[in-house]
Design a protein around this ligand. Structure first.
Ligand code: ADP
Length: 733
């Protein structure tokens, strides 16, 4: 069967022409039949009229025409035979009528067939597919509406053209091979690229079917085509997006994976391949081969739990690297669900957290170190953000304050533990922090609820000055033990100083006796003299007065000496006063005068003018000078063949310090000993205690000064100390 698409019905214009032609032919036939003596079956020609009308495809018109032609045949017969009907003419009339009838019948049947065919063609037009039929020389014989829409050519433009030339068909296989295959197999299916009438390219999915005639000869090919250009483009776009996505997933610095709903690995990204892992050998034991054996049981249990409950999976485990080492990774996965909530698959990523883990461990270690160090050193850390007053305390701070760790730190808690007498001190420090002081240094006492006293030393510096707040970072040291030890040390130093003083007093007893005896003797002498002056017949009251004045002076001197001795022997706390260094030296020399004389020491004293004023305890400083002088005397006593000279000088050095230097010409001090003279119990004397210089150092340092020795062995020694000059800040007591 060959299709040739027709317009279905003739056009109105064509119909009019056909009707006119039919009318003319009908009139001519009637005129000849009715009015001419021609005795032939001219009426047979009415079939031409019927066929012309029938070719319009109009059924009713055809029937009407057939009836009219039959009627005209009868009328013409009656008109032309004047009641003389011969047998031949009747037969001719009947033949004509039969011819008209038969022709009309066939024409009507043909019309019915044509209509059916038209309907079938219309049906083919209903499909969205482009249906094209072409013969074996590729000439198009059928071109439906779908083809018009797809390729852009109308049917009448396309029919008769060679399909592959018209549409510039290109295919993955040569067109000849394609045709051979259609002929061989009777059908073909595939994708073709064609060019539309507007020059644009279209990709079609084509199905070819071969039609053979009764003899089996290939006659035509019917092709149905679908436009898949969009689909192809989308496929290409999808492909590109997938490649993009894969590239992105491969670039993720983590091991990306997906698994089936029951946990079987189905996809892994390139990072896995870098670890030498592929899924080709099945995914069953991939995890067991890469997860550290110690971490696997917990991870496996967690993974099974996630699969069972559908909850997101999270785990931390060590994953083996290609070099065999392990790195800590965070393994997380989320399920993908369908619209019913059923899990379709899992998507996961393993993120390398080795560095974080190491940093965490380092932090934990250093926190442990710090906390140990804080506990051992009894030092806690305090950060304070001001003005809000937020505080952070380390554990040791809680221990020092003796608060439970759940307390929220704050200045109120600090004040609640501060000794009532030191609260003002702490508040003051807090105020100065509020005003942004760069450095806070505060020593104060705490009082625990049970009455125990603690000593703390708080130091802090301004760490983070911000626009809206300032932060201090500081340390709180529990110095109770140090303070108690210091107190004990101070006490024992004082005790010792007292003991040495008393010991020294014993040694000085003779000198003291002399000092006191001498003014007493002078008083006696003066008293005698006064008595004599009075006992004269004419008492000389002037002389008496002089003697009494002398007696008063001597008595004062004696009482001074006694006062000094008493104060040296007294056990009392040191007192602070502004002292003239020259006076201290003078008084000390007086006290050891006898020793100096007994040892036949030539003493030279040089005093600075104006006298250097220092702040301190008179008796203690005298003790230092006496000690140094006595040591010098002792260093010179065993020495012969050289003058025993001692030079004591006071001076002001660097404008801020008063200095006392006691230089002797004794044995001197060896280089080895010069560094340890001031150590307690260091002595080179058989009966020495080795405490004198140690006490001197404590006293001088407690006065904010420094003491040292200079010596060249065999050339004598110079012992000297400096004290800060009083700047008017000394509290007189
Ligand atoms: P002690 O007098 O009981 O030995 P000190 O502490 O006063 O104790 O003196 C310690 C030591 O320092 C003495 O034994 C002595 O060896 C040395 N020393 C002190 N002063 C002098 C000095 N001026 N010349 C030489 N040696 C001295």
């Amino acid at each position: 069967m060959m299709f040739r698409q027709s317009a279905g019905m003739t056009s109105a214009r064509d119909a009019r022409v056909l009707f006119s032609l039919a009318g003319i032919v009908g009139v001519i036939v009637f005129v000849i039949d009715a009015l001419t003596p021609l005795d032939i079956a001219i009426a047979v020609l009415y079939v031409v009229v019927v066929l012309l009308v029938a070719s319009t495809g109009l059924r009713h018109a055809t029937v009407a025409t057939a009836c009219a032609c039959a009627a005209l045949t009868v009328i013409a017969f009656l008109m032309s035979h004047d009641e003389n009907y011969s047998g031949g003419s009747i037969a001719r009339g009947i033949v004509s009528l039969l011819a008209i009838g038969t022709t009309s019948f066939l024409a009507l049947r043909n019309q019915a067939n044509t209509v059916r065919l038209q309907e079938q063609i219309q049906l083919l037009n209903l499909t969205h597919d482009a249906i094209v039929a072409y013969d074996m020389s590729d000439r198009i014989t059928f071109w439906n509406q779908g083809a018009e829409e797809l390729y852009g050519w109308k049917a009448d433009q396309a029919i008769g053209q060679r399909i592959h030339e018209l549409t510039r068909t290109s295919s993955s296989i040569p067109l000849d091979a394609l045709r051979d295959e259609v002929v061989r197999k009777g059908r073909w299916e595939g994708e073709l690229e064609r060019v539309r009438s507007d020059g644009s390219t279209v990709i079609v999915s084509s199905r070819f079917a071969l039609w053979r005639d009764d003899k089996g000869k290939p006659r035509a090919i019917l092709a149905t085509n679908n436009d898949i250009t969009m689909r192809k483009r989308m496929e290409a776009e999808l492909q590109r997006q997938q490649e993009d996505l894969r590239a992105i997933i491969d670039a993720i610095p983590g091991m990306v994976w997906s698994s089936s709903r029951d946990g079987e690995l189905s996809y892994i990204n390139r990072r896995w391949n870098e670890l030498g892992i592929t899924l080709t050998g099945g995914s069953g034991d991939v995890w067991t081969s890469i997860v550290h054996p110690d971490d696997w049981p917990a991870m496996h249990a967690a993974w099974r739990g996630a699969i069972a409950t559908g909850k997101p999976f999270e785990n931390v485990a060590r994953i083996r690297q290609s070099n065999g080492s392990y790195r800590w990774m965070h393994i997380g996965a989320d399920p993908l669900r369908d619209q019913n909530g059923q899990i379709l698959r899992w998507y996961g990523v393993n993120t390398d957290i080795e560095e974080r883990k190491q940093a965490e461990q380092a932090l934990e270690r250093s926190e442990a170190f710090l906390s140990d160090a804080q506990r051992l050193s009894r030092t806690g850390s305090i950060a304070t953000r001001l003005p809000a007053g937020e505080m952070w305390w380390s554990d040791e701070v809680y221990r020092i304050f003796e608060y439970a760790p759940d307390y929220t730190p704050g200045i109120e808690l600090v004040l609640a533990r501060t000794h009532p007498d030191d609260i003002a001190l702490v508040r003051e420090a807090y105020e100065s922090a509020l005003s942004g002081a760069p450095y806070i240094d505060n020593e104060h006492r705490l009082q625990m609820p049970d009455g125990r006293i603690k000593y703390v030393h708080y130091v802090a510096h301004l760490a983070v000055p911000r626009s809206d707040s300032i932060e201090y970072v500081g340390a709180l040291m529990d110095v109770t033990e140090r303070q108690l030890a210091q107190d004990a040390l101070d006490r024992s130093t004082a005790e010792l100083a007292h003991v040495t003083r008393v010991t020294m007093l014993g040694e000085l007893a003779a000198s003291i006796a002399h000092e006191v005896t001498q003014p007493l003797a002078a008083i006696v002498t003066a008293g005698d003299a006064a008595t004599r002056w009075l006992n004269r017949a004419k008492p000389d009251l002037g002389e008496v007065g002089q003697s009494i004045n002398q007696m008063v002076r001597d008595a004062k001197r004696a009482s001074d000496v006694i006062r000094q001795i008493r104060s040296m022997a007294q056990k009392r706390d040191p007192s602070q006063a502004v002292l003239d260094l020259n006076g201290i030296v003078r008084e000390s020399i007086e006290l050891v005068r006898r020793e100096l004389d007994a040892a036949r020491v030539e003493l030279e004293a040089c005093y600075a003018e104006p006298p250097p004023l220092v702040c301190g305890d008179r008796v203690q400083l005298q003790q230092v000078v006496i000690n140094l002088v006595m040591n010098g005397v002792q260093a010179m006593t065993g020495m012969t063949g050289r003058a025993r000279r001692m030079r004591i000088a006071t001076s002001v050095v660097d404008g801020h310090h008063g200095q006392v230097a006691i230089e002797d010409s004794g044995t001197g001090i060896s280089e080895e000993n010069v560094g340890r003279l001031f150590n307690a119990f260091f002595t080179t004397k058989a009966d020495g205690m080795g405490m004198g210089l140690s006490i001197c150092r404590s006293i001088v340092e407690a006065h904010g000064g420094r003491i040292w020795a200079e010596s060249e062995e065999g050339q004598g020694a110079t012992m000297q100390f400096v004290l800060p000059i009083d700047k008017g800040t000394c509290d007189e007591q």
